[in-house]
Ligand binder design. Structure first.
Ligand code: GDP
Length: 342
């Protein structure tokens, strides 16, 4: 904080220190290091400077509008604004992936009791963390574990196997886990392949309607009650994986499916040196809005005074990203995250 207040580093770099400390995956660490080294600062500052140039051109028009000086052609003004907009869009695009690498991709394990959710969690962890038991419903609370799947941090959330008296359906547990997870990026609907599909499985699925999900048929090491060829149709799911949590069968493919769901089919975007956080994201959206308004003004031949207002707003938002003009409250909030060991 002192380095920031003394002007030795900007706010983006200061935030990078916090990310460096809290990084929970290799990729998050790389991103934080690149941010600390000034990658994001340079990108934001480049755009800020080009908008200052645009503002200077507009102000020259305001100041000398009575003189017979040549004014800057509107296409030229538009080109500067458009380039700035493109750069801001590029930065905004890094947000979703950056968040995933910093905070983890949330995968919730859902299904009726005893289908093997805890076993699956353990298989992914490669260690015994969740309590595995043969008595249904002994996983009392929501369990969350962080695993790294090829540099992708994944937050695995196991639903509590709360069997309601008189009804063994795990709906309440699933509901709680979904609430605890905040948001599930992907739900694994786990089914016991040996026992086959039951009404409780379908009841469990009711709770995860609307979430991206894949069906996971577990216990393939036992005789299967579900015909693999017809499972997709029977389950009404597009994606069905056959695994054995205890034997490890099919887990490599399931991991791949999770990564695919997180990162999409597209080649992995290089977010290392320009990943934005929530605060940056909000300010960049404000800058983009202001620039959009300026572009509209340019298209409608608005006066330079009006255009200058929009451009000044955009510059203000970018300055707030860098911490050139942020309130004490915001600074307190940011620096409170550094209280290590407190
Ligand atoms: P949960 O209630 O869904 O979390 O289920 P658990 O993980 O506690 O598993 C319930 C029972 O199924 C335990 O006895 C596990 O050992 C068993 N189980 C889990 N996965 C497999 C599997 O892939 N194959 C076999 N044969 N048994 C499994």
């Amino acid at each position: 904080k002192r380095a920031f207040l003394n002007g030795r580093i900007d706010l983006v770099c200061a935030e990078a220190v916090a990310y460096l400390i809290s990084a929970r995956s290799q990729k998050a660490l790389t991103m934080a290091a690149a941010q600390l080294e000034g990658g994001l600062t340079r990108a934001v500052d480049r755009t800020r400077l080009s908008l200052m140039e645009l503002l200077a051109l507009l102000e020259a028009e305001i100041d000398f509008s009575d003189d017979d000086l040549d004014t800057t052609p509107p296409e030229e003004l538009r080109a500067i604004a458009r380039r700035a907009q493109e750069e801001i869009d590029r930065l905004l695009d890094t947000f979703a992936q950056a968040r995933m690498f910093r905070e983890g991709f949330v995968v919730v394990l859902a299904g009726r009791p005893n289908v093997g959710k805890s076993s699956l969690l353990n298989a992914f962890l490669g260690q015994e963390r969740a309590i595995v038991t043969e008595v249904p419903g002994t996983t009392r609370d929501v369990i969350e574990e962080l695993v790294e799947m090829d540099s992708l941090p994944v937050r695995l959330v196991d639903t509590a196997g709360i069997a309601e008296p008189g009804g063994p359906v795990d709906r309440e547990g699933i509901r709680r886990a979904l609430v605890a997870a905040g948001t599930a990026d992907l739900v694994l609907w786990v089914i016991d392949g040996h026992e086959g599909l039951t009404p409780d499985d379908l009841a469990a699925r009711e709770e995860i309607r609307g979430y991206p999900r894949v069906a996971v048929v577990n216990k393939v090491d036992l005789s299967l009650a579900l015909d693999p060829g017809r499972a997709a149709g029977l389950l009404g799911e597009e994606e069905v994986h056959f695994v054995s949590a205890t034997e490890g069968t099919g887990l490599v493919k399931l991991r791949e499916a999770i990564r695919e769901s997180a990162l999409g089919g597209a080649p992995q975007q290089e977010v290392a040196d320009y990943a934005v956080n929530v605060r940056h994201h909000q300010e960049l959206l404000a800058a983009r809005d202001a620039l959009g308004s300026a572009m509209k003004g340019l298209a409608e031949s608005a006066g330079p005074e009006l255009l200058a207002l929009d451009v000044r707003d955009a510059i203000g938002a970018l300055e707030r990203v860098l911490g050139l003009s942020v309130s004490g409250d915001v600074l307190d909030m940011i620096f409170s995250r550094f209280c290590v060991g407190k």
